[in-house]
Design a protein around this ligand. Structure first.
Ligand SMILES: [Zn+2]
Length: 243
């Protein structure tokens, strides 16, 4: 059993140092990084394909006009050891190839301790991905994007959202995302097949959350990369139709 198989029990314990971290505002990102090539048996084909689709829709990328020119958005997929995530500041690259991905093998989102192996360091937003993999073994993919259209349409489209005073990169944000996901769980009558129940409630996955305290920030997880990216595309289409 790996760290990421431990599921919800792991995160149900309140972090002992949360108060201190919240006061500081930012999680300490303590990276233990083994700079090594990715294991040969790691397949990146679907990650590259879906990332390209997100890039085409300008949900992931890098632009001089947006966010002071910093790269934005990141994408990950569950792996044997944890999850594979795009490397830090790779938004300008159309294809990452094996040099642009990293495997996170251990992560405690509440303390910001991350262990990773790969030719590049993991995205600094890896902790928000990690929380989902730890919450539910059915989650196999997480995509974090930036979209002014979706962000601004959040209330009109009735999207789940974290509180506006919760900033990205804090333990509060990780906790808020966790609570938002768990708040959907009682709606599910039959999680086994992840289908809507008799009352017509929505299935648990894909799950999308607006990060109100993080400019244009949206995060979406699903049972597969295709499911998560389709959800983002669908919501973007709805949001664009409103403007
Ligand atoms: Zn972001």
């Amino acid at each position: 059993m790996t760290y990421f198989d431990q599921g919800i029990k792991l995160m149900s314990q309140p972090p002992t140092n949360q108060k201190e971290d919240v006061l500081e505002g930012v999680i300490r990102f303590q990276l233990s990084w083994n700079k090594n090539p990715l294991a040969d048996d790691i397949c990146l084909e679907t990650l590259e394909l879906v990332r390209s689709d997100m890039l085409r829709q300008q949900l992931i990328g890098q632009s001089a006009e947006r966010y002071q020119g910093y790269g934005f958005g990141n994408i990950s997929q569950r792996s044997e050891q944890g999850f594979i995530i795009s490397g830090t500041q790779t938004g300008h690259l159309t294809q990452l190839a094996r040099q642009g991905w990293c495997e996170v093998t251990d992560c405690d989102p509440m303390t910001g301790k991350v262990s990773a192996t790969g030719p590049v360091k993991p995205s600094s937003e890896a902790m928000s991905h990690a929380i989902y993999y730890q919450l539910d073994p059915a989650i196999n993919a997480v995509i974090h994007v930036h979209s002014p259209a979706m962000f601004n349409a959040a209330s009109q489209l009735n999207l789940l959202a974290t509180a506006a005073d919760i900033e990205y990169g804090t333990t509060e944000m990780v906790t808020a995302l966790q609570q938002l996901f768990l708040s959907c769980r009682p709606l599910i009558a039959n999680e086994k097949d992840n289908s809507p129940n008799e009352k017509g409630n929505q299935p648990l996955l894909p799950h999308l959350a607006v990060m109100s305290g993080h400019e244009d920030g949206i995060i979406c997880c699903g049972s597969s990369l295709q499911q998560a990216s389709q959800k983002l595309t669908d919501i973007l289409t709805l949001a664009n139709a409103l403007t």
